[in-house]
Design a protein around this ligand. Structure first.
Ligand code: NAD
Ligand code: UDP
Length: 337
């Protein structure tokens, strides 16, 4: 185990996963800098950390160079929801590529460890099932998902070339669909969409016939996996799959959300988005072997927690508006020039 008291940079630290990671690292006794441009992240996610000793925030684009002293970097900055990453595909590509490049340069200058939040999207519409790290992927290089899929694949290439050329201390996690509290109600991903729709009494929007599959990991398991990977032996670089291997059709997920909330809402079938992968399930043998990691939270359990979270967010927003996406920083937090 790496001792406490490391200075750690978390890019994308105001997002869904990043904010939980900042919280876990602070609790473990580290000093944490959260770098974020607040494009899909929210100050509300880190508001409870703002006064904690050892925590600071930099409002900055990861695609611009950064200078600081760090021992570890978790590079999470990037919109993860198809809705958000397709809204400005050029920015998504820049974030993936220039962000990775800048963070790798920073890691090299500091001889710091650096972990990349890669994705199951590198497998595209997978040719093998479940997906193993040795699979090369089946990705449309110029479709509407390419800004993200190919951006993340290019970032992986950058990481491994820096490792070969500069001995950079890299760790690459391929994250499969992860959900939980602090996803934004308008995030657009399937779990948050279904829960918010059901709570508002609106139809659940199933894209296509709902036979496509995904494997859903609860955020607590994922954060544990990321930290284990960062703290693993130097020789363990990844790429390594982190996700829950229990696979569900999207229709089954809709039925689970419906039955959790008393079956009041109906399902409306919408067009399947272009290049939507048919199936997705991680083979996690490598994570079990190298990190001693496997998920512990079943989907039923995680859904209950996430429903409770959105229920409270929506109740609050009836009396006060949801905090703005790109709101001003609180007094005392830094804004990079
Ligand atoms: P999120 O959208 O909630 O968080 C992303 C954060 O990055 C946001 O706070 C956003 O403001 C910030 N950001 C985006 N572009 C930036 C830029 N150019 N400069 C600085 N900050 C920027 O998404 P998330 O689910 O928390 O995902 C975090 C990371 O994990 C992403 O890199 C994503 O690709 C990866 N990932 C997530 C999942 C998942 O299911 N949650 C799956 C695979 C990979
Ligand atoms: N999906 C859906 N309804 C929604 C949102 C998504 O049926 O309201 C489907 C989507 O087409 C995909 C799956 O759910 O097949 C997961 O989508 P998400 O955007 O959460 O993640 P990704 O496609 O990146 O895995």
């Amino acid at each position: 185990m790496i001792s406490a008291g490391q200075r750690i940079l978390v890019t994308g630290g105001a997002g869904f996963l990043g904010s939980h990671l900042c919280e876990a690292l602070l609790k473990a006794g580290h000093t944490v800098v959260c770098l974020d441009n607040f494009s899909s992240g929210h100050f509300g996610n880190i508001a409870a950390l703002a006064d904690k000793p050892g925590f600071s925030v930099m409002e900055q684009d990861v695609a611009r160079p950064v200078r600081m002293e760090v021992d570890q970097i978790y590079n999470l900055a990037c919109p993860a929801s198809p809705l958000h990453y397709q809204a400005d595909p050029l920015a998504t590509m820049r974030t993936c590529i220039y962000g990775a490049s800048n963070m790798l340069d920073l890691a090299n200058r500091n001889e710091a460890r650096i972990l990349q939040a890669s994705t199951s999207e590198v497998y595209g519409d997978p040719l093998h099932h479940p997906q193993r790290e040795s699979d090369w992927g089946n990705v449309n290089p110029n479709g509407i998902r390419a800004c993200y899929d190919e951006g993340k694949r290019a970032a992986e290439a950058f990481f491994f070339d820096h490792h070969r050329v500069n001995d950079t201390r890299i760790k690459v996690a391929r994250i499969f669909n992860t959900y939980g509290p602090r996803m934004h109600p308008d995030d657009g991903r399937v779990v948050s969409n279904f829960i918010v729709q059901a709570l508002l009494g609106e139809p659940l929007t199933v894209y296509g016939d709902g036979s496509q599959t995904r494997s859903f990991c609860y955020y607590t398991d994922l954060i544990d996996g990321l930290i284990r990977l960062m703290e693993s032996d130097e020789a363990i670089t990844g790429p390594i799959n982190l996700g829950n291997p229990s696979e569900f059709t999207i229709m089954k997920l809709a039925q689970m959300v419906k039955s959790e909330l008393g079956n009041r809402v109906r399902i409306s079938f919408e067009l399947l988005p272009t290049d939507d992968p048919c199936k997705r399930r991680p083979d996690i043998s490598l994570a079990i072997r190298e990190l001693g990691w496997r998920p512990t939270v079943a989907l039923e359990q995680g859904l209950k927690q996430t429903i409770a979270y959105f229920d409270s967010v929506l109740s609050k927003s009836r009396s006060e508006p949801w905090s703005p996406a790109c709101g001003p920083l609180e007094p005392g937090l830094s804004r990079a020039g």
